[in-house]
Design a binder for this molecule. Structure first.
Ligand SMILES: [Zn+2]
Length: 145
């Protein structure tokens, strides 16, 4: 059957939840590298996404509307594993903490990641946290424990 010219067929629909979720910042400079990192280095082939300015900071800062949505996903998509990724030079952090140097900002972000990991641990979720940074013209990911 011919489809209308304003309809576009894409890939096959797979009706399965992997139980994986990745939370990261919407900053386009890091998005593609982050998805490559999830697939190639963490071997997470599919996952739910929460992509929002500041990424996982909303967990550490207990932003209730986003926490509620996170809990919905955890319950309805049977999320078991969550990957949290913050990145260097994040506009969200720079906006809210303009007085911090980039080194202190990074320390602050790492602390937020650890707080968020604890939140996940309390919920019985397997959590992993990473900090994305640049060196020359490459993006790297460092695990935060
Ligand atoms: Zn950002």
């Amino acid at each position: 059957m011919n489809r209308a010219s304003n309809e576009f067929k894409k890939r096959k629909f797979v009706n399965v939840f992997s139980g994986n979720l990745a939370i990261f910042c919407s900053d386009e400079r890091f998005v593609e590298a982050t998805i490559d990192f999830l697939k190639e280095d963490l071997e997470i082939k599919t996952c739910d996404l929460v992509v929002v300015a500041g990424g996982p900071v909303f967990i550490a800062q207990k932003e209730s509307s986003l926490i509620e949505r996170l809990e919905l996903l955890i319950n309805f998509h049977q999320i078991k594993k969550i990957i949290l990724i913050s990145h260097e030079n994040c506009g969200y952090y720079k906006h809210f903490y303009p007085e911090l140097s980039s080194q202190n900002l990074e320390k602050f972000q790492v602390e937020d990641l650890r707080k968020s990991l604890n939140f996940l641990k309390e919920k019985g979720i397997e959590g992993y946290a990473f900090f994305a940074y640049t060196e020359k013209d490459q993006i790297f990911f460092r695990e935060i424990k």
